[in-house]
Design a protein around this ligand. Sequence first.
Ligand code: GDP
Length: 525
Amino acid sequence: MGFKEEIERRRTFGIISHPDAGKTTLTEKLLLFGGAIHVAGAVKSNKIKKTATSDFMEIERQRGISVATSVMGFEYNGIKINILDTPGHQDFAEDTFRTLTACDSVIIVIDAAKGVETQTRKLMQVCRMRKTPVIVFINKLDRPANDPFDILDDVEKELQIRVNPLSWPIGSGDTFKGIYNLHRQNLCLYSPSIQNIPEGIEITDTRSDELDHHIGERAAGKLREDLELIQGVYPSLDRQEYLDAHVAPVFFGSALNNFGIRELLDCFIEIAPAPLARETEERPVRPEEEKFTGFVFKIHANMDPNHRDRIAFVKICSGIFKRNTNYLHVRNGKMLKFSTPTAFMASKKSVIDEAYPGDIIGLHDTGTFKIGDTLTEGEKLHFKGIPSFSPELFKYIENADPMKSKQLAKGIDQLMDEGVAQLFVSQFNNRKIIGTVGALQFEVIEYRLLHEYAAACRWEPINLYKACWIEAQDQAELEDFKKHKAQYMAKDKEGRDVFLADSQYMLHMAQENYKKLIFHFTSEF
Ligand code: GDP
């Protein structure tokens, strides 16, 4: 197969949902369907459950699972599919944001009885920001569900995207009869099954008696009415509109019962984008370029404290990555080669010789990488679209063991490279401030500093509302601002100026008084 065909046949995507909507179940059914696994129950949930064990122990358990499920690759109908796993817990939303930067498209799972929930809404904001094409899967139709038209309205309103149903449910819960595939014009009758995948029945003309024969007169009548309405309201899908992230195709089904998955997957491989061109600070990079480029979007530390090695996950953006070949680590200017790059097929890992655009590879890392790093054949490129977001929670981090200050500094450094949280250094008192998305991360940091770096830390409160990166349209005004707000100025890990606002009011006043400064809530603008 030629290079171009290899790129064309790749689909790299993430599944996102609010916890419990069915992301893990859907992932597993897709793998089952693709023949990558053979029994249900093989994919472990990466969810953090509230159990008797303490939260960070649960996180450690979860971290163990998430190495295996970080990337799940499989082949289906000649298409190479890579599913990137995303943590469901909101405290790890930043991990999910970064993983989304490596996805070419996204499937959103929504519980048919609950509709769009908070976490889904937040993750959709990131997709919107990056113009990622999304497909929506409405799950759990085997249970009593909301009216499908209401669900579509809810999705459209809450996710701020036009929708286009490509399959349609016939009843729900006890009266769930099946799904009409609008895309293929066939009927799939519902029969609950954990293992089997039902075949569809061809019914191109829904006016025929055959429909009544299969689902009964009443349901057939209702379906005809629904279809008429759908035709009136939703025009047929324009693929370009989906690719431009203006329209989201919608499927209905029951992941648990393997129902509606075929419709979803068949359409997915047909319409979802192959790897796309990506922006760098210097120029756009097209996947079919001959020379290899890629970037690190995730770093996973070893679970064993005696081996502080890590795996850096690299998304290949162009060219062919080859084993044992020298590549430029752009940030530190060093040439590196990798003897054991790994690929991820379902839950198995294997050393590979080559990888293509769209693929994710795992590189053995002894601490040279951080999130966002670029590898190339020599050109100095910096991939865009891997921003830091303003954290929600802030604390001073202090050394609790004066004998171990070096270990602490190193530990903090490496954990920040991994993207566990963000570090800001106050320019006023030089103290280190850690910013996180969720409270759990403070526990994780403390625990990991102790267990992996033998360093003890202590937290002290600081009252902050937001960290803002400053864009100056007028250098003099920036200097003036920094002078007046010296107490609130910090540097991030990249040495960029950050304004730490202690209240919404203070931020508002700053915006009012300094019109030539723009305050950003993400590090990239
Ligand atoms: P996640 O948190 O989004 O990964 O959700 P899971 O896949 O772990 O599913 C949460 C719960 O919903 C589990 O108990 C699943 O068995 C259940 N579930 C998932 N899909 C369906 C479905 O189609 N129908 C029903 N009745 N339950 C489902």
